[in-house]
Ligand binder design. Structure first.
Ligand code: OAD
Length: 247
């Protein structure tokens, strides 16, 4: 780190240490160091198809077997994946705040595995599957064996309990995220490209409510324009340092 990086880190640590109500927004970048591929990076492809092309209701209608194959691959891939120092630093930060919300766009469950408690899963979770017609839900490790698993209650198709492109976000998660944005004194945005709505507008919204915004990313993003401080580098390195400096 050069002197300017150090100075930015100190500035961010100062802001964080003065904030007792903290909201964090994370994206795929926080799990990159755990080995989970990001969406828009080079790893965001599966058998030559973009992960984003497979994560749609249209893809599921057209090719449910293919979409389930992709998701079984992703679910199986998580078995060997563990939280990294970035996830753990955020879990530690929660213990120091009066109010803390961790809004994540990730579906990998790594924040909870690291010990974070108030996790708002905006895009759902790979840990469960749900019926596309009724309210049946089951853990992904107890899925019926068919290539396209069938709901034991109503006979319709089960699908991963994640939000796909073009779908609404779960109402409860969205309401909790809105409360966080309205109430936080500081929003820490980590490892998201900031191009997918509505998460991409959260930082701007928090800022308009008077919150400070600190960003951690490998590179500059649309969120950098609204951030008070952007810290460039791997989240697994920057976050532990940032949290340590606020102790
Ligand atoms: P993206 O793949 O769009 O962006 C990942 C971001 O993390 C990029 O800005 C990288 O520069 C950054 N990054 C990568 N490695 C990092 C590291 N070690 N430390 C810090 N930053 C790092 O992922 P998201 O922004 O999460 O939605 O994507 C948002 C949504 O788009 C996803 O939840 C998913 C996707 O399509 C749905 O599936 C609905």
């Amino acid at each position: 780190m050069d002197t300017r990086d150090e100075q930015r880190l100190r500035e961010a640590a100062h802001m964080l240490s003065r904030s007792t109500r903290v909201a964090v927004l994370t994206g795929a970048g926080i799990s990159a160091e755990s080995g989970v591929p990001t969406f828009r990076g080079e790893g965001g492809f599966w058998r030559g198809r973009s992960a984003m092309e497979l994560a749609t209701p249209e893809a599921f209608r057209r090719d449910p077997e293919g979409v389930w194959e992709f998701y079984r691959f992703r679910i199986a891939g998580l078995e060997d994946v563990r939280p990294n120092d970035g996830h753990r630093a955020l879990a530690e930060l929660e213990g120091r705040c009066d109010r803390f919300w961790l809004i994540t766009q990730n579906v990998d469950g790594l924040h909870r595995a690291a010990g974070s408690r108030n996790v708002i899963e905006l895009h759902g979770t790979l840990a469960s599957a749900q019926c596309q017609a009724c309210s049946y839900r089951c853990p992904s490790d107890a899925l019926p064996g068919q290539p396209v698993p069938i709901c034991p209650t109503c006979g319709d198709r089960l699908r991963p309990a994640v939000v796909w492109f073009g779908e609404s976000l779960p109402g409860q998660a969205l309401a909790e995220a809105e409360e966080a944005i309205e109430d936080c004194e500081l929003m820490l945005v980590v490892g998201t490209s900031g191009v997918v709505q509505p998460a991409s507008s959260f930082a701007r919204w928090a800022r308009s409510r008077g919150a400070r915004v600190v960003e951690v990313n490998l590179e500059s993003t649309p969120i950098s324009d609204v951030a008070d401080v952007s810290l460039f580098g791997p989240a697994g390195v920057i976050l532990p340092r940032l949290i340590e400096m606020t102790a």
